[in-house]
Write a protein that binds this ligand. Structure first.
Ligand code: ZN
Length: 219
């Protein structure tokens, strides 16, 4: 899952209007932001298997630290607690912790059974929606659209940057998703890891967007 996680980050703004969109993106996508570094360090492994599971050419052979349920719960608690220590906003901290955990639950819908429950040997889960490109794109598209709707309901642009930076970010996310679906498989696992690192730019972009938008008066 890709764009669905960003949908969660956008929608979470309705529950935590004072949290930056960058923080919400960071939380909802955290384990996929951590994963490329673990790949580059050789701690986690992925293999390229064309048409392994319909939509994705990737086989997630080993990713216990970024994607096991136990670790994701721990990451969620740590990131939520970190936010609370910095800002002392309990509700936002809870929303942020839940965003981290939401990643695993959404991945569960689409992944084939490769998501471990805990970091050591455990059964692996996944409902396998990825086998159908249409169903996956529909589910992810709906989550993204719902998130976008909620985000637009609770924020407004302060200036022109708040409009253009926001809509180019949305357009870029959609374009990236389409190229994931229709583009060729990545040339190597190292390329996957470095492309994955580029997602940090999306967090920075969201920070820029957030600085130029404000919560609507009633929120
Ligand atoms: Zn993931």
């Amino acid at each position: 899952m890709f764009i669905g996680h960003f949908g969660v980050g956008l929608g979470a703004k309705a529950a935590a209007p004072r949290a930056s969109l960058a923080t919400l993106f960071f939380a909802a996508q955290f384990i996929d932001l951590l994963w490329p570094t673990l790949l580059l360090l050789g701690i986690e492994r992925v293999e390229i298997v064309p048409a392994a599971s319909g939509l994705t050419p990737l086989a997630f052979v080993h990713y216990p630290i970024s994607h096991s349920l136990l670790m994701v719960l721990l990451w969620g608690a740590l990131i939520g607690a970190g936010y609370w220590l910095l800002w002392r906003r309990l509700k936002s901290a809870l929303v942020i912790g839940l965003c981290v955990v939401s990643h695993w639950l959404l991945d569960l819908i689409v992944h084939t059974p490769d998501l471990p429950l805990y970091p050591w040997e455990s059964s692996r889960l996944g409902l396998g929606l990825w086998k159908s490109v249409v169903a996956t794109a529909l589910v992810e598209g709906l989550i993204f659209a719902a998130g976008l709707f909620l985000y637009l309901r609770v924020t407004k642009a302060k200036n022109r940057i708040g409009v253009y930076a926001f809509w180019t970010l949305i357009g870029f996310l959609v374009a990236m998703y389409l190229s994931n679906i229709f583009g060729p498989p990545p040339p190597s696992t190292t390329a996957i890891a470095w492309l994955g690192q580029l997602q940090w730019l999306l967090v920075a972009w969201a920070y820029w967007v957030d600085r130029n938008r404000a919560p609507r008066a009633q929120y």
